[in-house]
Design a protein around this ligand. Sequence first.
Ligand code: IDP
Ligand code: MG
Length: 149
Amino acid sequence: MDRTFVMVKPDGVQRGLVGEIISRFEAKGLKLAGAKLELLPEARVVEQYREHLQKPFFPGLKTYIMSGPCFLMVWEGKGAVAVVRRMIGSTNPAEAAPGSIRGDFALDIGRNVIHASDSPESAARELGIHFASGELVDYSKIDEPVLYE
Ligand code: IDP
Ligand code: MG
């Protein structure tokens, strides 16, 4: 099954949105394979956002992500990477569709509440940055037979 890496950013944790966000992914039918609350060390933030290292917003992004704990998750399901990207919405919350997480809970591109991997390759890479294999739980869920054809 496909896996994706998702992270509630410090603004989302501080605003008490972790439960709401987990509920949306659960209701969709995705399966939680791992989760933890963490203050991310600088090296992992740099690795996570390495494609943006030279961008003008990078210093502010790093400060933001390290400003408080993040809630890191791994979600599993059919097409999970693309499905979760659609559920989080566009990068700029002002343009994110209503009904998406960023569309419903954020206003500012610099405080957009949540991260999710943008491709299966990014998902594999980001999972490797943040989770050891022993932290991911392999189990079956009783709704699986009715969720999938
Ligand atoms: P994504 O999170 O939707 O994949 P990216 O373009 O990969 O968007 O950017 C990573 C993160 O960097 C964004 O989620 C946002 O937190 C931050 N970011 C991107 N563009 C800007 C900007 O123009 N100003 C401030 N922060 C930005
Ligand atoms: Mg991105």
